[in-house]
Each structure stands twice: as C-alpha cells, then as structure tokens.
Design a protein around this ligand. Structure first.
Ligand code: ADP
Ligand code: MG
Length: 278
C-alpha cells in the first residue's frame, strides 16, 4: 500500500500549478520535525558520464539562511535544478521536509509545495506596475489581462501590502516595473516569490550588478526573511556573503568542500587553493 502522497505523485499526468497548489496534501504542512527542511543525500547528477554533482549531501534547516559559494562549474546551478525538479538525480535522494520526495515531483508541484526560485535575470513584467506585478504573482492564471481584471480579495490586498513593505517598494507601487532600477527589479522579483508564500526561497546571484547601497539593502532584506522562510543564496560576491555572515557551504566538483562560518571557510587551505586556482 502506498500513502496518499505517493499515490498523488504517481498519477500519470502533468499537474498544472493551479491543481497542485490547491491539493491538500501538497499545500499541507511540510514536516520539519527533525530540523531540516531540505535534504540532499548522496545526490549524483551525471551528464553522459560527467558528474555535475558527485554524491552531494546537504541539509538546510527550517528558517535558515544559507549561502552556497564555489567556483564556476562547481555544480551550484545543478544543485538548484535538483531542488526545483528541473533536473532528476541520477542517484541519491532529495527531500522537502521528511515526506516529500522531490525526485518524484514535477516542477509545478514543487513550486506549489513551497519551493520558490529566482533566476539570475529579473523576469518582471516591465509594462506593468509594481502593484500589478505582485497581483500577477498571486494568481495562478497564466494570462495577464484576465488576471488583472479579476478582483482581489481583501486578504490578497493585505498580502500585497505586506510584501511591498517587506521589499521596500511601497513608494514605487504605481511605477512601471520597466522603469525601476536594477536593484528594485530584483526586490520586486523577490516580492513576487514572497507573494506566493514559499517555505524555501532559492536565489541565484541576487546581488549581481547591484550598487553597494542596493547590496546593503538586500542583505537586510534576506536577513529579515530568514526565520519565517528558509533562504538559499548562490552568490559570487564575497563581500555580500561576508555581510550575511551565516553558514556557508563551499561546493567544488559537485560535492561539499567546506562548510561553516565565512571566516572558517575562508581560512580553509582547500578553499583558498580552489579559489586561487580559478
Ligand atoms: P555552477 O553553477 O556552479 O557554475 P553548474 O551546475 O552550472 O555549475 O555546472 C556543473 C558542471 O556540470 C559544469 O562542468 C557544467 O559544464 C556541467 N553541466 C551542467 N549542466 C549540464 C548539461 N545539461 N549537460 C552537460 N553538462 C552540464
Ligand atoms: Mg551557475
């Protein structure tokens, strides 16, 4: 006998985001009673025999803000692809909480279950306002105009206000997203993820191209999100990682080279060698 979750994922059809999101099992509590919210256990991803991930084991605690660094080709993007269902592990296991097996879930199912991802390039709707972008993020209908013409519930309005405040874009709510600064676009996109209330946020190089001032505000923003959300940040900018000053994982050749506080990993001779050899 299989449990309802296994049964749900075994069904032979592609769930769209709407169906997945409203499904009680997927929307239900993520079991983090043992601490971690994400478990990668000995995950290997092979591309024609080349191991982009090589028995990678990584645990992220519920509410943690974790930075992942590592030279080009270390496997950072592939790791996020496994966490979001874009790439399947060749072997090993990947779990969201104790019970959700990520290797059996589709991308929309994983997004609906509460893992949100921000890609490097901002993908806001430039010809719509900040408010409209957040409205669009709340909705499950992919079409823009029918969504914008539908009325928001009071709870949805409250959620948008809350997100505007969190990402510091209240004063910009009626501006076109296309007219925002690079940093503001990145914050808007983080806001669009937050509107869907994810448990885990995956951010790929969120401060690339930002000014120093924008980087500082982003550090504050991510620090404020930790706790209520688990945040995993892949980043090249060392100043930024140092400013966040949380647990850092260094990836190299598809596995964990070092893990600990930034000052610890920076002093690790293996880490120094990998970075100097780049
Ligand atoms: P990072 O994000 O740390 O720079 P990636 O995860 O993008 O690293 O890549 C890890 C390694 O896997 C690289 O050597 C890359 O060339 C290889 N790789 C990634 N995706 C594929 C793919 N689809 N096919 C073949 N090789 C890939
Ligand atoms: Mg990458």
């Amino acid at each position: 006998m299989s449990n309802p979750v296994q049964e749900f994922f075994r069904r032979d059809r592609v769930f769209d985001f709407v169906a997945a999101r409203s499904h009680p099992v997927i929307r239900g509590e993520i079991d983090t009673s043992h601490g971690p919210i994400l478990y990668l256990d000995e995950v290997t991803v092979s591309f024609d025999g080349f191991k982009a991930l090589d028995r990678l084991s990584l645990y992220v605690d519920d509410g943690e803000l974790r930075c992942i660094i590592g030279p080009n080709g270390a496997g950072k993007t592939t790791m996020m692809d496994v966490m979001t269902g874009k790439t399947r592990p060749t072997s090993g296991s990947a779990y969201f909480g104790q019970t959700l097996d990520l290797s059996r879930m589709s991308e929309p199912e994983i997004a609906a279950a509460g893992i949100g991802r921000k890609f490097q390039k901002p993908s806001v709707f430039p010809e719509h306002t900040v408010w409209e972008n957040l409205h669009l993020a709340l909705k499950t209908d992919k079409r823009v105009w029918p969504t914008l013409l539908a009325r928001l519930t009071a709870a949805q309005r409250d959620r948008i206000h809350e997100v505007l405040e969190t990402v510091g874009l209240e004063d910009a709510r009626d501006r076109f997203a296309g007219a925002l600064s690079h940093g503001q676009k990145q914050w808007l996109e983080i806001g669009m993820l937050l509107a869907q209330n994810p448990r885990v946020l995956l951010l790929d190089e969120p401060v690339a191209g930002m000014t120093q001032q924008e980087i500082e505000r982003t550090v504050d923003l991510l620090n404020s999100l930790a706790g209520a959300h688990s945040v995993i940040v892949v980043e090249h900018d060392m100043e930024f990682v140092r400013a966040i000053a949380r647990r850092v994982t260094v990836l190299h050749e598809g596995r964990v080279l070092a893990e600990g506080r930034m000052d610890q990993v920076q002093a690790d001779p293996r880490v120094i060698e990998v970075y100097l050899g780049e």
